[in-house]
Design a protein around this ligand. Structure first.
Ligand code: NAD
Length: 512
């Protein structure tokens, strides 16, 4: 690393209040934690950026009990006033968008345009939540009994536990934290140990806004691994909802533990997303969407395109265009605006990709482009990789969190849909076609089985206005827009009798 970039990095960190060694527990104040340090690594160099001292069990207790107390006060604030606080957090995020976006890029390795986009997503979520704070509507029903009124209302739940993954180090927090906040919940964030600094920086901003506006400490933080923080949170009855984003293996463990105590979990897990390309597709549009979906974020999005189904008439042409486009993808420093693909998050991710490629070859897959780690520089860089695959290769049913795209050929749309749905995951899906019947067939009840289904748009890059999430082993949770807020509240059905009689429902008689 050059002296020039060191200076730039330390300026960036100090602009966001990130120290060389930070405390990893916050509940209205930074606790003087002394758990083992986690080291945040710049994946584009392998160099240390800064450290965080993880939370001890005493810190855990303190943060959870403060979050419970904060909830008791916060829930009494009118929802639009809660929205006003979220609006003020959004103002601060706007002021710090550039530094925060750079820190996301520095710590996670996504290219700067995506780092900035992720902070924009937080701001969009805050704006959405401000509007939502005036729209937490319940229905009213007509009672079957005379002089009775029936309606439902929504109350907050309590402290929400937010477990997040490394690949969206700040946006996933915002999806949960801002919606939960306007609903009247406090929250406790357990970020990925791979991206602790972005969590420290965001918590500093949100905590400052709460303090300046005499709001209770609702945005709290616990940094530590699954043993120190993750598992205690999932077992803790004081935390009625655990919103967990990460691998399917993690979700299976979290879901079981939370179910054991009859708590609620909201699971956002792995995907194995596919695009179906019909002979009549606009191939220029398709190519751009496939490249962003498969190569963007170095294949480290839950919505990354991992499987491409090509109808026979265009398969050869598309493959040729893809090989040519893949060979010209600029790989390197994600801060450099001319770069399209940054590094993977760590050496383990590189090793996992190389191991997956060995398995692919063993199972009969043919690597037609890429397939190697880049050893000509420091950092965790790999080549984006295209593989000619067959549906009987078991590995194509797994999510390998790296830029590997499987290419399949098909004859009919029915065949493509059947193969498209034949994986355990069900997050995002797309079809490229100019034929209205094919598009509607893909979106129909017998079409894509995913939580997200697009036409002439790739699998990644969802807008916040829709409910985000997937089916099957993706976990079934929905976050962000639409009516996802209902997961963060409890529904109460209320019936009022303003008459002099006590009629029973269903005409039951009980005369005493
Ligand atoms: P991961 O599963 O390794 O870790 C995610 C988080 O869970 C981390 O904070 C980790 O410490 C915690 N964790 C792990 N095991 C736990 C346990 N038993 N109890 C409690 N907490 C536990 O995932 P990752 O490598 O950080 O992220 C990549 C994965 O996340 C991919 O599978 C990707 O598809 C998925 N993801 C899904 C979505 C979505 O919305 N569906 C979004 C982003 C990422």
């Amino acid at each position: 690393m050059t002296v020039q970039t060191l200076t730039t990095h330390s300026d960036l960190l100090s602009a966001l209040g990130v120290e060389p060694v930070n405390n990893g527990a916050y509940c209205g104040e930074w606790l003087s934690t002394n758990g083992p340090e986690v080291i945040s690594i710049d994946p584009s160099t392998g160099n240390e950026i800064a450290r965080v001292k993880t939370a001890t069990s005493e810190d855990y207790e303190r943060v959870v009990s403060v979050s419970v107390e904060a909830f008791h006060e916060w829930r009494t604030w009118p929802a639009p006033r809660r929205g006003e606080i979220v609006r003020l957090v959004a103002d601060e995020l706007r002021k710090h968008k550039d530094e925060l976006g750079r820190l996301v890029t520095l710590e996670m390795g996504k290219i700067l345009s995506e780092g900035l986009g992720e902070v924009q997503e937080m701001i969009d979520m805050a704006d959405f939540s401000v509007g939502l704070s005036r729209q937490l509507y319940g229905l009213s029903m007509h009672s079957e009994r005379a002089k009775h009124r029936m309606y439902e209302q929504w109350h907050p739940l309590g402290p929400v536990g937010i477990i997040s993954a490394f690949n969206f180090p700040v946006a996933v927090w915002a999806w949960n934290a801002f919606v939960a906040a306007v609903c009247g919940d406090s929250n406790i964030w357990k970020p990925s140990e791979k991206t602790p600094l972005t969590a420290v920086a965001v918590t500093r901003i949100a905590g400052r806004v709460l303090k300046e506006n005499s709001a209770p400490p609702i945005f709290n933080l616990l940094i530590g691994d699954r043993h120190q923080v993750g598992e205690p949170m999932t077992q803790d009855k004081r935390i009625p909802l655990i919103s967990a984003t990460g691998s399917t293996g993690m979700g299976r463990a979290v879901g079981q533990t939370v179910a054991q105590r009859i708590g609620r979990s909201l699971l956002e897990l792995g995907g194995n997303n596919a695009i179906v390309v019909m002979d009549d597709a606009d191939l220029d549009l398709t190519l751009r969407a496939v490249l962003f979906g498969a190569v963007g974020t170095a294949g480290q999005r839950c919505t990354s395109t991992r499987r491409l189904f090509l109808q026979k008439g265009i398969a050869a042409e598309m493959k040729e265009s893809l090989i040519s486009a893949y060979s010209s993808i600029s790989i390197g420093d994600p801060m450099d605006p001319s770069i399209l693909m940054g590094p993977l998050v760590d050496q383990r991710a590189v090793d996992d990709m190389m191991a997956a490629l060995d398995t692919i070859r063993e199972q009969g897959g043919r690597v037609v482009c890429g397939g190697h780690a880049k050893t000509d520089r420091d950092g965790f860089f790999v080549e984006p990789t295209l593989v000619e695959a067959t549906p009987d290769m078991p590995i194509t049913c797994d999510e390998t969190f790296a830029p590997i795209l499987y290419l399949f050929e098909f004859d009919t749309l029915d065949e493509a849909i059947e193969r498209h749905n034949a994986v355990p995951q069900g997050l995002s899906s797309a079809i490229f076609t100019l034929n209205m019947r094919s598009a509607e067939r893909f979106l129909s009840v017998a079409g894509s089985d995913c939580g997200i289904a697009n036409v002439n748009i790739g699998t990644s890059g969802a807008e916040i206005g829709g409910a985000f999430g997937g089916e099957k082993e993706t976990g079934g949770g929905r976050e962000a827009g639409s009516d996802s807020w209902k997961a963060y509240m409890r529904r109460q059905t209320c019936t009022l009798n303003y008459g002099e009689e006590l009629p029973l429902a269903q005409g039951v008689e009980f005369k005493v």
